[in-house]
Design a protein around this ligand. Sequence first.
Ligand code: MTE
Ligand code: HPA
Ligand code: MOS
Length: 764
Amino acid sequence: MKNIDSHTHVTGTSVYLDDLPILQGTLFAAAYGSPVAHGILRRLEITEALQIPGVVRILTAKDIPGENQIGGIIPDEPLFADHHIHFAGMPLALVVAQNRDAARTAVKKIQAIIDPLEVITNPRIAQAKGELIMPAKSVIQGDTNAAWPQCTHIFEGAIDINGQEHLYIETQGAYAIPQEHGSLKVYSSTQGPTAVQRTIMRVLGIPMHRLEVVVTRLGGGFGGKEDQANTWAALCALAAHLLKKPVKYALHRMEDMAMTGKRHPYMADFKIGLDAALKILAYEVTFFQNAGASADLSPAVLQRTLFHCTNAYFIPNVSATAYSCRTNLPPNTAFRGFGGPQGMYVIEAAIAAAAAGLQVDKSLIQSANLIRTGEAFPYGQIAESEASACWDKAVALYDLENIRAAINAFNAEHLLLKKGLALMPICFGISFTNTLMNNARSLVHIYSDGSVGISTGAVEMGQGVNTKILQVAAQTLGISYDRVKINATSTYTVANTSPSAASATADLNGKATWIACNALLERLLAVTDLNVSRERLSIQNEIVLLDGVATDWNWLRLVNTAFVQRVSLSENGHYATPTIHYDSETGKGHPFAYHVYGTAIIEVTVDCLRGTYETDSVKVVHDFGVSMNPDIDRGQIEGGIVQGIGWMTLEEVIYNEQGKLLSNALSTYKVPDIYAVPKEILIDHLHTDNDNLAIFRSKAVGEPPLMYGIGAWFALRDAILAFRPDAVIPFVAPMTPEKVLMALYSKQSVPAYEEKVSHLGIDS
Ligand code: MTE
Ligand code: HPA
Ligand code: MOS
C-alpha cells in the first residue's frame, strides 16, 4: 500500500504548521536568545526594541504566571533565564509584534548586560569539575577485573564523537489561540503533544484539560521535537494567554540551529580484552556525554547508550559507566538512535583497535562475537538473536569474498584512489527505555455511513505511521482502505500520550487501534441474525463470511443494524506492552519488547589526493520480522542510512570556546546531498516467522538503520590504511574530508582527543 500522504506531499498540499490559515488579530513572536553561553544577567535593555513600530509587548521571566520551568526529567531548565544564563541562545525575552518582521527587528535592538562566567564545552572538563546532570550510571555483567588476566590481548583507546543537527525541513514552531473559559488551543510542531500540554500547564498554571495541543503533521522531527518543541509552544501560549490574542512563532533556520540542542557529542575511554581465538572476554568503557546546559532527555539517552554499548555482540564481562556532563551548550536531546549510535560506535572502534593490533581483519572479530539466542545482554535481557542470520546471509548473498577481491584489485591498480570496506552489524532494542512510557490509546469511531475515523497519540513526521495505523484498522475490520481516515493528533481526543519516538509509535498506537477495532468487530458481528458461534464468522472485503462462505451481511448492513439497535459504534483501545520491566537499582531486567538486527556491507572510495570520498554501496540484510509495508520500511532504511552516514562523515557541529555555534547555517553545516548518497543501496529482507511483539509482526524500523551508517566511518578508515598503512587515525567522528587528508599526509598525527585530554593534566 502506498503512503497515504504521498499525493499531498508531491502536490504541496500537506498542511504543516506554517500552512495553517492565520486568524485575524494574530500576533507574531520572536525570542531574544542570550549572546553569551555562561553568565549572570544584570539587566535587559529593551527601550529601543519597544519603539519599533508594531511591537506590542516584550515578555520576560517576570511575566510567567506559573512556574518558570520546563525541565521534563529533571527540573533544571528555566523557560527564560532570569538570573543565571547557561547557554548561548537561551531565551531571555520574547518580543510580540503585529508582524514577523517587526518582532525580528526588535529582537536585534535588545541588549543584555551580562557578567560573564567561565564557559565549559568539553564533557571531560565538566566531569573533572563535578558538573554532572545526575550521578553516574553503569551496567555491569560478569567481572572484568577477574577476566583481564585471562585475556591474551588487551587494547585501550579514547574516542571523540561529535553531535548532529537534526535539520528537520520544517523548523520548530507553534501557534497558540485563546479559547473561551480561559482555554488555549495550541498547534505545535511536536512529536510529543502531551509533553507540550504538560509544559504549558506548568508555565501558565492552567489545568491540562484546558489545553488542546494539536499536531497535523511534522516536516521531520528525528527526535529534535520530542522534548524541544515545548519551549516554543510554551512561549506562544504565554503570550496568547497574557495578550488574549492568537500568537504564532515559527523559527528562522538560524534561530533554530543556534537555540536548540542536537545529538549528544560523546567522549569515551575503552579497554577491550580478547583471547587467542578472537573471543572478546572483557570490555570496559566510560562514556562522557555532553549533555549541554540542562538535563532535557539526557538521562534517558545515557541509559540507551549503556544498553547498546555491546551492539550485536555477546561479551561475558562488561563494565560500562556513563557520566552525563553539564556544559554550556544548548541542551542536547533525542536524535534517531537516542544514544545507541554513540555506544555502538565505541565498541566498533574498540574492535577496530584490536583488529589493527592483532593484524587481523576487523570482520573476523565481529563475526566471532555476534550474540546468539539464549545469551544475555549486559542488562540481563536474554537475546532472541538474528545477528548471525543477518551477517551470514549478507556475506553469502552479496558475495563478500568477491567484493574483497574486487577492492584489492582496484587498490592494486590505482595509486590515488583507494577503496575501503566495512561490515556493520546492528542490534537495537524496541521500547522506551522508561517502561512506563510504553502505552498508547486509539479512539475509533465508525460513522453511520460506514466510514471510520481514528485518533491516536501518534504523530506523523514522515515515517509513515498514519499509513500503518490505517492498514491495521482496514485489515482488522475487513474493509476498504478508502473508508478509513486518520485524524490530526490532539490532546482532547487522546490523553496522556507518550511522544512519537523510540521507533515504537506504530507498535504502540497500531496495537491500541487493533484492540479497538477488534472490540468493534465483536460488537458488529453480534448484531447479525446468523445465530452461529463467533468463531465461524469473519469479515473480508466488507462481506461477512460464515465458515469462509459469503453471507448476505456486509459492512454497511452491519453498521446500519448496529446503529438502529443503539449499539455503540465507538471504541477506545488501550495497549501497554507486556513482558517488559527494568530495575534501575540492579541495572537488570527485560527493558525491550524485542530487538531489531541487521548487517550492512559498506564500500567507499577515497580520493587520496584531495581527501574527498564517495560511498559506493551499502548492502543490507535487515531483520524486518514480516514487513507490513515494504515501501515505507525501505524509505526508512534508505533515509536512516544516509542520515547515519552524514553524522559519521560530513556533518560537523562546531562551537567555539565561548560556546557560540559556528556551524549555524547550511553554508557552514554540510549535510549529505545527492552526491553523498550511496550510489547503491540494496536491502534484503531476513524472513523470520518467530512471533514477536511488533504490530502484525512487522518490526519497528524508524531508528535502527541509522546505525548502518557507522560502517561508513570504518570503511573510510580502511581506505586510508590502504593508501598509507602506517596512518594514525584517531577515533574521532565525523571523518570529514579534512580529517581524511590529515590522516593521509600528516607527518605526525596527533589524535584530537589527546590534545583535548592532555591540557587537563589527565594522562591519556
Ligand atoms: N522518518 C522521517 N521521515 N522523519 C522523521 O522525523 N524520525 C525518526 C524515525 N524516522 C523520523 C523518521 C525517529 S527519531 C524515530 S524515533 C521514528 O522515526 C519515530 O517514528 P516511529 O516510532 O513511527 O518509527
Ligand atoms: N527512546 C526514545 N525516546 C525516549 C526514550 C527512548 O528510549 N525514552 C524516553 N524518550
Ligand atoms: Mo526518536 S530519537 O526516538 O524521536
